[in-house]
Write a protein that binds this ligand. Sequence first.
Ligand code: B1M
Length: 212
Amino acid sequence: MSPKIQEVADLVAKGKAKLVGPAVQAALDDGCDPTEILNGGMIDAMAVVGEKFKNNEIFVPEMLVAARAMKKGVEVLKPHLSAGSTGAMGKLIIATVAGDLHDIGKNLVAMMIESAGFEVIDLGVDVPIEKIIECYKANPDTKIVCLSALLTTTMPSMRDTVAALNESDFRSNIKIMVGGAPITQEFADEIGADGYSEDAASAATLAKELVK
Ligand code: B1M
């Protein structure tokens, strides 16, 4: 790995929010590939942070500062990863399900989907079912609802949200996409979603396929 990308990874893992942006810029200036900076410098660093948390080497505050640092890095990287949106592919609602506060993955998915040409309405984190339904009613031209969950304990919340959407009178007008670290294709099929993808890049590809 390029030392510049390693520097980004170290700063994200240590939660050095102020230093991450300049380090990402330095890696870009050095000719590093933006996707490699994202994957090798930031997503892998968050995996290290998660592992340390699991082993009780760090605690929630450290996870939080690492998350803040990653967000700063993504801000600098964003123009290099996404081509800018036209909204021509249609409207899409995205949310992290109720009870779940993780939003870095969701934000990356939103960014990639937006750059694939969708107009993205991001409802944020810990989003109750009613808010998603209200949002659809205010935006009846929505084509896809995307749901993210990062905790095994919020998988039931994703299941309930998909069930409510499946029972809605607008179900035939939308596709439902799900994802997040604990989610699998099997779980997506079981709860009645239309699609699952493992990461942000494949989520954008899937969104385009679903509206064909
Ligand atoms: Co949390 N946390 N966390 N955390 N956290 C995890 C998820 C955990 C795996 C850490 C661990 O124990 N190893 C663990 C979950 C264990 C489990 O459920 N099996 C965990 C825990 C336990 C918790 C708390 C319960 C801790 C506590 O309070 N005791 C608590 C829960 C709070 C809550 O949500 N109610 C908690 C809190 C937090 C913070 C708030 C401190 C912070 C989040 C800050 C934020 O997001 N703004 C945090 C963080 C940072 C993490 C880790 C370290 C990093 C998550 C991350 O951003 N990854 C995480 C460990 C890990 O992931 N290894 C961990 C980088 C991101 C790019 O990846 O989000 O997976 P990810 O997104 C990917 C894919 O999953 C996919 O694409 C993305 C890009 O490629 N994807 C989709 C995501 N959504 C998609 C939707 C799609 C398609 C693809 O279609 C719609």
